[in-house]
Design a protein around this ligand. Structure first.
Ligand code: RP5
Length: 172
């Protein structure tokens, strides 16, 4: 695989289901990435090394997912100038609102672009958009993706059809 442009990191392997759609999306756009477990609390030294080395390794965007006391995205953003996209992971106790509040409430000066709870796909799409500002081929693929979404919605409307005669029936 080519040198990764996007670093995907997560606080635990248990976060991977949230990030799997991010991997699928990056692969769809042909963006090379790497995936690592880097815990802010269990392996703080590894987190510091990862964040400090990321720019020199020519990563361009970091996607960081964490749940609960989700410090990983913010701590990484405090140690690199690369854009960091935070993904709040849904938790059992507090449904991921804890993760969301922890990731989104960064102090002025250290931004983390935060997507919705468990929305790994949007994290990848935001990373692709960032990369596309300097890669016209990715911008072209994003335009194609818009067309795909448009076609998907048109198909939904075809399936719904004319509801005038079937009000109350379930949509097939
Ligand atoms: C966080 O604690 C991780 O990001 C994960 O979401 C959560 C639980 O981790 P495990 O106990 O499943 O390893 O640091």
């Amino acid at each position: 695989m080519a040198n990764p442009l996007v670093g995907i990191v997560m606080g635990s392997k248990s976060d991977h289901p949230t990030l799997q759609p991010a991997e699928v999306m990056l692969a769809k756009f042909g963006v090379p990435f790497e995936t690592r477990v880097v815990s802010a609390h269990r392996t703080p030294d590894a987190m510091v090394s990862y964040a400090r080395e990321a720019e020199g390794r020519e990563l361009k965007v970091i996607i960081a997912a964490a749940g609960g006391a989700a410090h990983l995205p913010g701590m990484i953003a405090s140690m690199t100038v690369l854009p960091v996209v935070g993904v709040p992971v849904q938790t059992r106790a507090l449904s991921g609102v804890d993760s969301l509040h922890s990731i989104v409430q960064m102090p002025a000066g250290v931004p983390v672009a935060t997507v919705g709870i468990d929305n790994g796909a949007n994290a990848a799409l935001l990373a692709v958009r960032i990369l596309a500002t300097s890669k016209p081929e990715l911008a072209a693929k994003l335009h194609d993706y818009f067309e795909e979404m448009k076609a998907a919605v048109a198909k939904m409307n075809e399936e719904i059809g004319d509801r005038g005669s079937g009000i109350g029936d379930p949509i097939p």
